[in-house]
Design a protein around this ligand. Structure first.
Ligand SMILES: [Zn+2]
Length: 195
């Protein structure tokens, strides 16, 4: 009985955390889009785009095109806070304006770099040697994060529980971003197919 009660408490905590978590999202199905494609780089993202492209070239990666990006209201699609849209001849990024207002400067940067890694590099939600998740399995990643069992490199995590990559499908704590910042920046250019 005790075990059952504990399990129920964990599930309740899990659900609470699940509801308070924001998901990243990468999507290729433009039919579900409720926002208009961006044509320009929004003012909030000019410096970040410059920094991202500089980091790309530091890693020997050169992109031929720019990815337009802007703030939009994604509340209808909660808990999505960012999306890279991949069309045949166009790519652009939506970032949720409500999340943007609340996020720390580091959180903003890493969310933007996450979406840019989808759009500029064609990266998926691959965050470890055996961890390749797409959007539909984002919930698996959340539960793995909450109820976690295997926090090791083979399963896509550092020992401290931080994911090995910012391509993790959900938001990551700022503490992880600052502790592993240099690794994350280096890792995000792995397997990059330049746009
Ligand atoms: Zn993503």
């Amino acid at each position: 009985m005790k075990y059952v009660a504990q399990a129920l408490i964990s599930i309740q905590i899990g659900l609470f955390i699940l509801l308070s978590l924001a998901l990243f999202h990468s999507c290729e199905d433009e039919q579900h889009r409720k926002t208009k494609p961006h044509k320009d780089i929004g003012p909030e993202f000019r410096e970040l785009t410059k920094e991202y492209l500089q980091l790309s070239s530091d890693h020997g990666i050169y992109h031929n095109r720019l990815v337009p990006i802007g703030l939009v209201d994604l509340s209808f699609d909660y808990p999505t806070i960012g999306t890279c849209w991949l069309y045949e001849h166009h790519r652009d990024i939506d970032i949720d304006s409500t999340y943007w207002k609340k996020a720390s400067p580091l959180g903003k940067k890493m969310l933007t770099f996450h979406e840019m890694s989808h759009c500029y590099c064609g990266r998926g939600h691959d965050y470890g040697p055996k961890a390749e998740f797409n959007y539909s399995s984002g919930f698996t990643a959340i539960f793995n994060k909450i109820l976690v069992i295997n926090k090791d490199k083979a399963h896509g995590y550092y020992k401290d529980g931080c994911p090995l990559s910012i391509m993790y499908p959900t938001t990551v704590a700022d503490a992880c971003y600052s502790t592993h910042y240099n690794d994350y920046i280096k890792e995000m250019f792995n397997n990059c197919k330049a746009y």
